[in-house]
Design a protein around this ligand. Structure first.
Ligand SMILES: Cc1cc2nc3c(=O)[nH]c(=O)nc-3n(C[C@H](O)[C@H](O)[C@H](O)COP(=O)(O)OP(=O)(O)OC[C@H]3O[C@@H](n4cnc5c(N)ncnc54)[C@H](O)[C@@H]3O)c2cc1C
Length: 479
């Protein structure tokens, strides 16, 4: 039986950041993940926004953590060597009712101390973002909003946790949990673990994992969401995050100029529908909303669509829960159940919040040796010609391009595999190979060969995304 002080179940954004923050104390930590890689569940597909925090109830945990997280996000991304763009956001109104909603959000944000908020006229908004539809009446400008790539963030947190001593168990699914005299016994499909503290970050399965111990008062209903991605070369892309507050109070649109240079459009909302795949209806909705808000965009430049899955936490009576839900079903057992937006923005803060509770419960001492710094894979596309020349002299694999759309070299792919990529998606998420205009049609065969060679397996045993997509283990389903 493997013995730890703390076991974190689930290697999504929340689990990876819980593990990272637990390392700030002298603790023996394990992170257990059912899939072959971290961040393959909810955390894999989201809107990629780092929220400014004007939307939440003042004084709530969500409001406090979002404000703190937003202020610290630049520092966090420097520590973890993850690209972050503080591009600001514009929330648009096209009618009187939405004007009122924006005013309320503005007042709420000011009361909470969200920095730099401004209410703009339609003309001022179009000066900032010339591609906006002429009907814009007003806009709420939030300069502190930003964007980050969710999986780069999660992978970086997991690597930093591992470098600080947390042990990562992949392909290990928790099957049962039992309270024992001095903590918990956790049975998995690999081996048995014991620990004094459990942190349940199992995403869509957090309710099920908690029910290994006690019935959960919170139920997770998975909903679907669809997105489109426009190629980096597309013209008239906005430079700010553009959000649309519809006059009828329904679902709006978010357009995000991503850190990779593409434009993310979405999400649609599909209630109570099994989110196995993108829906034509959802994609049509995203297109229609985009045309009404950003009419100059050429939607012929779409290079990809994908579906995400939302955990919709509900009370027994079916009402949705807006606040962050942290259950404490047993001594030293915490469940982060159905953490929705802005869960990515707050992942590090939530991780610290829960790690502090775990450390207090165990009477753990601070770990002065904790190092928050992690270095990412050196990307050839970010190098100057001189740096690139030096990189090739040092390692000739930097001279061989594998993915020409995203300018990814053999050196980066090999480094991704060394760091744990075991599937085509694992490489894509670490290097960007296959994310460009041709969507991997030119590099996939080379990636397969490299994976097979490095992992010592036949090429036909290499998979796109490991165990395959499964609803309750999370997953992103692309067309
Ligand atoms: C559509 C959408 C858009 C969003 N947009 C934003 C945004 O723009 N900004 C923002 O701040 N937030 C956003 N969020 C919220 C954010 O993405 C989530 O809060 C965050 O990703 C939740 O991650 P998680 O770790 O809880 O879950 P997951 O990423 O799903 O991780 C849970 C992990 O647990 C593992 N697991 C499950 N069961 C077991 C088991 N029995 N044993 C071992 N492992 C197990 C799973 O395999 C999975 O990897 C969005 C969310 C959605 C759905």
């Amino acid at each position: 039986m493997k013995q730890f002080d703390v076991i974190v179940i689930g290697g999504g954004l929340l689990g990876c950041f819980a593990a990272r923050n637990l390392c700030r104390w002298k603790l023996h930590i394990a992170l257990i993940e059912a899939r072959e890689d971290v961040c393959t569940g909810i955390s894999r597909a989201n809107t990629a926004v780092i929220y400014p925090g004007y939307d939440h109830r003042p004084g709530s945990l969500k409001a406090k953590l979002t404000l703190r997280a937003n202020a610290r996000f630049g520092t966090l991304c420097e520590e973890l060597d993850v690209p972050f763009s503080r591009c600001g956001s514009l929330m648009l109104s096209f009618g009187e009712k939405a004007d009122e909603v924006l005013k309320k959000k503005y007042e709420n944000g000011r009361m909470m101390g969200v920095p730099g908020l401004r209410l703009l006229s339609g003309r001022e908004a179009r000066e900032l973002e010339p591609g906006l539809a002429p009907g814009v009446r007003s806009a709420l400008y939030a300069p502190t909003a930003g964007t980050v790539n969710p999986w780069e963030l999660g992978i970086a947190a997991a690597e930093n946790a591992a470098a600080n001593g947390a042990e990562l168990f992949l392909n290990t699914r928790v099957l049962a949990i039992r309270q024992i005299a001095d903590g918990y016994r956790i049975e998995t499909d690999q081996e048995v673990f014991a620990c004094r503290v459990v942190i349940n970050c199992a995403g869509l399965q957090a309710e099920r994992v908690q029910e290994f111990l006690l019935p959960s008062p919170v139920h997770i209903v998975p909903d679907g969401a669809d997105y489109l991605i426009l190629d980096k070369a597309a013209e008239h892309k906005p430079t700010h995050i553009v959000q649309y507050e519809p006059e009828d109070g329904g679902k709006g649109l978010t357009a995000v100029p991503t850190v990779e240079g593409s434009l993310l459009l979405g999400p649609s909302e599909r209630e109570n529908e099994i989110p196995f795949a993108v829906s034509e209806k959802g994609l049509a909705f995203v297109r229609e909303r985009t045309e009404s808000v950003l009419p100059d965009l050429d939607l012929g430049e779409v290079i990809r669509s994908f579906a995400a899955v939302r955990p919709n936490p509900q009370k027994g009576d079916g009402r949705s829960i807006v606040s962050f839900v942290i259950e404490n079903p047993g001594p030293g057992f915490w469940s982060l159940i159905g953490i929705k937006t802005p869960g990515m923005t707050c992942a590090d803060e939530l991780g610290f919040y829960i790690a502090e509770k775990a450390a207090a419960c165990l009477g753990a001492e601070g770990n002065e040796a904790f190092c928050p710094i992690r270095k990412g894979i050196r990307k050839a596309r970010n190098m100057s010609p001189e740096q690139r020349g030096a990189a090739v002299r040092e390692n000739p694999d930097y001279g061989e391009i594998i993915c020409c759309c995203e300018d990814v070299t053999r050196a980066e792919v090999l480094e991704a595999i060394r760091r744990g990529a075991a599937t085509l998606d694992g490489i894509k998420r670490r290097t960007g190979a296959g994310m460009g205009r041709c969507q991997g049609s030119r590099c996939q065969q080379k990636l397969l060969a490299l994976l097979a060679q490095e992992l010592g397996i036949p090429e036909d045993a290499v998979t796109k995304d490991g165990a395959g997509s499964e609803l309750l283990g999370g997953g992103r389903h692309e067309d």
